[in-house]
Design a protein around this ligand. Structure first.
Ligand SMILES: *Cc1c(COP(=O)(O)O)cnc(C)c1O
Length: 389
């Protein structure tokens, strides 16, 4: 594929992330577009079975985005007005928004400084009688400490939801992400491991939660159009307030086709990450995040901390210098508790998650996507060296 063309289309030589669509993907989508069902059809169920099968979970519910999947999850576990849900602040806003959609209050937990993953000790410290659930985030693709988090959830009778939008294909103590919590959420946005354009899925072993989410994504109606069409009935019942969070069959056809390449995509991500690791071992100002021994990392993102060199060359200067060299460096994330919405609505403020806030000053996301060539990787490394020299 002509990667140079990709670069010029984007205006940035090397973006931080990019989807990869091949001819097989296009053929798979085209075939479904020519079929009888372009939404709520057989490709949706096939994709649900393929993803849940891949991660080893009993059921999958495909929806229109990762955000819709998070919302289905907070709905399914019964988050209501006044309920508290503990979430990390080092995440994309949607993780916390999914709590607010249900009228709940996100309570922000701090992260561990070495991995930037939710700190189980801070989770436990923030549990109150109103706490109903914990949402973990496998930040960058590194699984959280699920043994510890599961035991906290069990001790306090809380539901555990994994926002695993970064960690499709990651493993924790030899188990693939997808069965380590009550509900696990994936996103198929173009920057993620595999894409459906927009799309998401919740996987679970619980048939009751699955039923609730299937109804929720379809306006709160208990049967789908295809079921009614097949059984020849027009009657349906709306039993709860739901949304139209459905995903189309042609999106799911794309997802199925992409999933076939996932092992190769993951391998390439890991290969690029190890090239970065090796190069940065010799640069004292650049510290990659710690990777724990018990995990297999999915590398959605490659994040480093940029220390200050004492002459004012820190993260912001490095970010700007890389951008000027056509490298689409980025910062993931602005701590959620510092967004104006959360400050105004929930009274969150600076000082509430000090490890997250300190990390936010230093973190930098470097380009990482499977179609990056070896020379792209070298260019990023060389440019970073030059900027720091
Ligand atoms: C991408 C992402 C989401 C939202 O997914 P969309 O598919 O874009 O709605 C939620 N949480 C995290 C951590 C993400 O990275």
């Amino acid at each position: 594929m002509a990667r140079e063309k990709v670069a010029s289309e984007r205006g940035t030589k090397i973006p931080y992330a990019r989807h990869w669509i091949d001819q097989e993907d296009i053929d798979a989508v085209t075939a479904v577009l020519r079929s009888n069902w372009i939404t709520t059809g057989p490709a949706v169920r096939a994709f649900e079975e393929a993803i849940s099968g891949y991660v080893g979970a009993g059921h999958g519910v495909a929806v229109s985005s990762g955000t819709a999947a998070l919302h289905a999850a907070t709905y399914a576990v019964g988050i209501h007005q006044g309920d508290e849900v503990i979430v990390p602040s080092m995440t994309f806003a949607a993780t916390a928004n999914a709590v607010v959609f249900q009228g709940g209050r996100p309570v922000f937990a701090d992260v561990q400084a070495d991995t930037l993953l939710i700190d189980p000790a801070d989770v436990e410290a923030k549990i109150t009688p109103k706490t109903k659930a914990i949402i973990t985030v496998d930040y960058t693709g590194h699984p959280c400490d699920y043994d510890e988090l599961k035991s906290i959830a069990e001790r306090h009778d809380l539901k555990l939801i994994a926002d695993s939008c970064h960690s499709l294909g990651a493993e924790y103590r030899g188990t693939r992400i997808g069965t380590l919590s009550d509900l696990t959420v994936f996103s198929f946005h173009p920057v993620k491991h595999i894409t459906t354009g927009e799309g998401g899925m919740v996987v679970t072993d619980d048939p009751g939660l699955t039923r609730r989410m299937r109804i929720f994504r379809n306006h709160g109606i208990t049967t789908e159009h295809r079921q009614r069409s097949e059984s020849g009935t027009w009657y349906y019942e709306m039993v709860d307030l739901g949304y139209n969070y459905r995903i189309t069959d042609f999106q799911c056809a794309l997802g199925m086709s992409q999933l076939r390449r996932l092992p190769d995509l993951l391998a390439r991500r890991r290969e690029i990450a190890s090239s970065y690791d090796e190069a940065f071992a010799g640069i004292p100002q650049i510290s990659p995040l710690l990777v724990r021994e018990e995990v297999s990392h999915a590398y959605h993102l490659y994040v480093v901390r940029v220390g200050d060199d004492g002459r004012g060359i820190g993260r912001d200067a490095v970010y700007r210098a890389l951008r000027s060299k056509g490298i689409g460096a980025n910062v993931h994330y602005v701590p959620v508790h510092l967004h104006p919405f959360y400050q105004e609505r929930f009274g969150t403020k600076l000082g509430m998650c000090s490890v997250t806030e300190a990390a936010y000053e230093e973190i930098l996301t470097l380009p990482l996507f499977p179609q990056m060539s070896a020379s792209d990787v070298d260019y990023v490394i060389t440019s970073l060296r030059e900027v720091l020299a």
